[in-house]
Design a protein around this ligand. Structure first.
Ligand code: AMP
Length: 486
């Protein structure tokens, strides 16, 4: 079975997993680890805290369950006075469905290990849960409410928990579980390993991560085809030379106040930013040539509403922790279709509605075609009168600059394809066009593509405080043993 988020070039056996787990993985029919698995499994095995940016569908459950099982199998199980095994791992999920699903995974991956798991959620009788607790449990998967009920009744002992997983933390907060989470944290022993998974990184999540995690490894993978239902997508066909005016028109007519605009190149981002400022729309560019302080300021002004438009390149945008934006504009379509998905994932997150607008000139029809193929549906086209391509306008080749720096991605995921594509796209001030850096995209026929076998999976590793995500960094390989919790 191919990995759900695209294959990696690794094998499960490269990740340091023990034989009983490899066998269970084989039984599942998994061939290669997904990007989150390739990154999370070694990080968790090292024993440190982890902050994982991943949503359901990326294979994150196995990403934390497999190493969790391995850590537990290598340690002696604590026993209570009556010699019953005590809970060593707690996985908290927002919903019953997810709890059941996760516990099912724990069973599947742990089927060759003598570890006991149980699922605990509300809406069902307490007695079977009490019976299961009495028989002894290594791994408890629970929703917060019922867990606290058991604790209040004195039927649950969490004093020996070594590994704590908070799954879908953003959904937990959306569902109003913050107080319950705090109560659960208060009853856990202070020394433990903490793993937090969230699809989004709001300020609330960062505050929670700050409270929970110590020097976490930070791993993020793309939202897979996050062609979210909550994002209204529109393509405005536009004349090549009318894009700037159309953008300004949309911003002013729509009275938009927080617009993230995507460009393919830094040079293009700078030029557009200048033009917008000259034409009465406050804008700043954010890309790799800007200093950290300039980026921080641009971001702060944008968040506070002082700055109307933030113009970003794909790579720069990866480290930006803004979401739930009302408007994302593709001033230029990305030549890597997955980038479209990343871009529009900046809006309409966590159930909030958002709008993703693409200004597409004839030259970009090939890119659009590839994007529609990826998201598996056509994107509505709407011509805005006065901005459509002039009669007789013809598609022209798109000049792609040379890329000098590679960002993110740590050797997993689509590696080669990404590198090639980025190389073609250029995220550097465009040098004079070179013959080999010109790709004809009109109609998509003459377009150079990643070679065969490069796959489409996307593993984006981010680590280190430079990413502006509240300063978590990577633990060195030497960091072992459960992290001390604050
Ligand atoms: P999750 O994101 O954990 O909910 O997993 C999404 C789906 O992907 C589940 O149905 C898993 O069984 C499946 N899955 C997880 N890891 C792999 C893998 N490495 N290869 C193929 N399928 C996988």
């Amino acid at each position: 079975m191919p990995a759900p988020d695209g294959p990696t070039t690794m094998n499960f056996s490269d990740l340091g997993l023990a034989e009983p787990l490899l066998r269970a993985v084989r039984d599942q029919g998994y061939e290669t680890p997904t990007p989150i698995q390739a990154q999370a499994i070694p990080a968790v095995l090292r024993g440190g805290d982890l902050m994982g940016g991943a949503q359901t569908g990326t294979g994150k459950t196995a990403g934390f369950t497999l190493p969790l099982l391995q850590l537990l199998m290598g340690r002696a199980a604590p026993r209570d006075a009556r010699s019953r095994i005590m809970i060593r791992a707690l996985i908290l999920t927002p919903t019953r469905e997810l709890a059941a699903q996760v516990e099912e995974s724990v069973r599947s991956y742990g089927k060759y290990l003598p570890l006991k798991s149980m699922v605990m959620f509300g809406g069902v009788g307490m007695q079977p849960q009490l019976d299961a607790l009495r028989r002894g449990v290594d791994i408890l998967v629970a929703t917060p409410g019922r867990l606290l009920d058991h604790h209040q009744q004195g039927t649950l002992d969490l004093s020996r928990v070594e590994i704590f997983v908070l799954d879908e933390a953003d959904r937990m907060l959306d569902m109003g579980f913050i107080h319950d989470i705090k109560k659960v944290l208060a009853i856990l022993p202070p020394r433990r390993q903490n793993l937090l998974f969230s699809a989004t990184f709001s300020d609330d999540i960062k505050a929670l991560a700050d409270r929970l995690l110590e020097r976490p490894a930070l791993i993020e993978v793309a939202r897979r085809n996050a062609d979210a239902d909550t994002v209204a997508q529109t393509v405005h066909p536009v004349g090549r030379d009318k894009k700037k005016e159309l953008l300004r028109h949309l911003i002013l007519e729509g009275d938009w106040h927080q617009v993230l605009v995507f460009m393919r190149t830094k040079h293009g981002a700078n030029r557009l930013t200048e033009w917008l400022n000259e034409h009465g729309v406050t804008a700043m560019a954010i890309h790799g040539n800007k200093s950290q302080s300039a980026r921080t300021k641009a971001l702060a002004d944008f968040k506070s509403g002082e700055l109307r438009v933030l113009v970003a390149t794909d790579i720069a945008a990866r480290g930006i922790d803004i979401d739930q934006l009302p408007h994302v504009v593709n001033f230029e379509l990305p030549n890597v279709p997955e980038d479209y998905v990343h871009r529009i994932g900046r809006t309409g997150r966590a159930g909030a509605s958002g709008e993703a607008i693409s200004l597409v000139c004839l030259d970009e029809e090939g890119f659009l075609h590839d994007i529609e193929k990826l998201v598996r549906h056509p994107i509505a086209r709407r011509v805005i009168a006065g901005f459509e391509p002039a009669a007789g306008e013809r598609a022209e080749p798109i000049v792609l600059g040379r890329r000098m720096t590679l960002g993110g991605g740590g050797g997993t995921g689509r590696g080669g394809a990404r590198r090639d594509a980025r190389h073609r796209a250029g995220d550097k001030a465009a040098p004079a066009p070179r013959r080999d850096a010109v790709a004809a995209h009109a109609g998509g026929d003459a377009r150079s593509r990643p070679g065969p076998g490069t796959g489409r999976g996307d593993g984006r590793t981010q680590g280190g405080p430079a990413k502006g995500r509240g300063g978590p960094d990577r633990r060195g390989p030497g960091a072992s043993g459960p992290a001390r919790s604050r």
